[in-house]
Design a protein around this ligand. Structure first.
Ligand SMILES: Cc1cc2nc3c(=O)[nH]c(=O)nc-3n(C[C@H](O)[C@H](O)[C@H](O)COP(=O)(O)O)c2cc1C
Length: 159
């Protein structure tokens, strides 16, 4: 089984979570890769006309974990564009996570996860887990919880 962790990250928080997830998943699966979603022209806010540079392909993965920051109370536009332009996710197991800075529940985490789930499911993906990491003093615990949750749900979904 091949697992791909595909992340967009502008200040490395989301990428860091992807690396931690990879470490955890390598305990039970030998083939886990982290790939980046980058924008043409650099990873900074670019208005509406976003283009993704060499979009990571999902074809070779059985399980795909998408990670993104929350921007403006929603899914970051670069990840939204990337997901919308993906081909079919039929038969793939999918997990989604976001990182965010604001602590309050109404500041975009659930909405961003909802957007990711909706796009993935519309392409036939089977979303087995989701998670939100708030970038605060307790982020290490949150990242460990997310890693445990994804690993356990994945093991359960194999039975
Ligand atoms: C343009 C912009 C908009 C943001 N909007 C939100 C927001 O609505 N809610 C929130 O909790 N954090 C928001 N953040 C904070 C990021 O989501 C947070 O710092 C995230 O962990 C960054 O991930 P990265 O380092 O992978 O880019 C915003 C950051 C930027 C740059």
């Amino acid at each position: 089984m091949r697992i791909g962790i595909i992340v967009h990250s502008q200040t490395e928080n989301t990428y860091h979570v992807g690396e931690k997830l990879r470490e955890k998943l390598l305990e039970s699966t030998p083939d886990v890769a982290v790939e980046r979603v980058n924008m043409v022209g650099g990873n900074r806010p670019q208005g509406k006309d976003i283009q993704i540079e060499h979009p990571p392909e999902v074809d070779g993965y059985d399980v795909v974990i998408f990670g993104s920051p929350v921007h403006a109370f929603s899914l970051c536009p670069a990840m939204k564009t990337y997901l919308e332009e993906l081909p079919s996710l039929e038969h793939k197991k999918i997990a989604c996570y976001v990182t965010k800075r604001l602590p309050f529940a109404w500041t975009g985490g659930k909405r961003a996860i909802g957007e990711m789930k909706k796009i993935c499911q519309a392409k036939g993906g089977i979303v087995f887990e989701t998670g939100i990491v708030v970038w605060n003093k307790k982020r290490s615990e949150q990242i460990a919880d997310l890693s445990e949750k994804v690993s356990t749900s994945l093991a359960r979904s194999k039975r």
